[in-house]
Ligand binder design. Sequence first.
Ligand code: ADP
Length: 374
Amino acid sequence: MSVIRRRLGWKLFLSYLVIILVGVLTLAMAAQASTPTALARHAARMESALGMMQMMGVDAALIDDLNQSFVTAVNEILAVAAIAALITAIIVSTYVTRRIVGPVQKMQQASQRIAAGDYDERVEVTGADELAALAHSLNNMAEQLADIEVRRRELIGDVAHELRTPLGNVKSVMEGLVDGVLEPEPAVFQNIELEVTRLQGLVRDLEELSRAESGQIILEREHISPADFIMPAVERLRLQFEDKGVALEVILPPELLAVHVDPWRMTQVMLNLLGNALQYTPFGGTVKLSVEAGRHQLTICIADTGIGIPAEHLPHIFERFYRVDKSRSRTGGGSGIGLTISKHLIEANGGRLVAASPGLNQGSTFSIILPVKT
Ligand code: ADP
């Protein structure tokens, strides 16, 4: 009984058997029910023939015998039909079982291997029925799991890589102090403080990234003018622009339509984009912030005359930890996650963030496109 419960093939076979048995029983009962009538009809015809037969000298025992052989013939036909149906049931159920149970077993084995971590496992998809759709879904799931696994490994590798440099610097300075190679001067401690601040920044960015990627950032959206989130960022960075000798031009149309966004998060994005523009624009350059209002959308452009982004790097610029010039950004304190977080934040606010650059040393433009409330 437990074999039947565990095996789909047996269940299918038994279901066929039940259908055949019901069919044969119905046929037998119908035959039983209709045989007397058929027999009576047969007998009536026989009787008329009997008169003739008696006249010809055929006796009653022979007629009885004829009736009996009629019933036997009916039963024989029923028995042959039942055996033929049973054999057909066995053949059909074996074939159907192979067609259904075979792929199901293969999928079950594949899913076990996937669960054990073999994400390259795939099942063959044949036909276009529900089983094929199930195989497709299983393959899709394996592909997505493989993708997640690759990203997980990359993330661990990236984080370890990011932590190694500042920790290594702190360790060598500490060793220098312990060995007496370095004097315990304020500059040495400032160096350590800088590295620790960098580590704190990285941890903060990672927390923010993890929240953004899992959609856990809670937005407090309001209908506000874009100036309300642009100007706080501009004011906060104005002095740094002056210090570096980079001009900051802000061009805002006097009347701006409201957008439905979280002001604090939008200021955070503006700080990241303006901060990058400042970081990657050398002395004497210009950063221009402008707002273009269309009928259905509003575009905030931050265009700089800085080092630009080569075309082959542009498609990757929003990937986490991606830096065009790895060494330059690291010394500048960038973790390479700022743009990833910004993109998530803009999308959470219903907009899009795009980057453009004609090429190396030809400046870059980052545009935030937001739907406007009409
Ligand atoms: P980071 O903290 O390294 O600046 P981001 O995610 O903000 O990280 O930026 C990712 C990379 O994109 C930077 O390392 C830099 O190579 C490139 N980038 C960003 N903004 C600009 C820009 N305005 N001009 C040139 N390159 C830029």
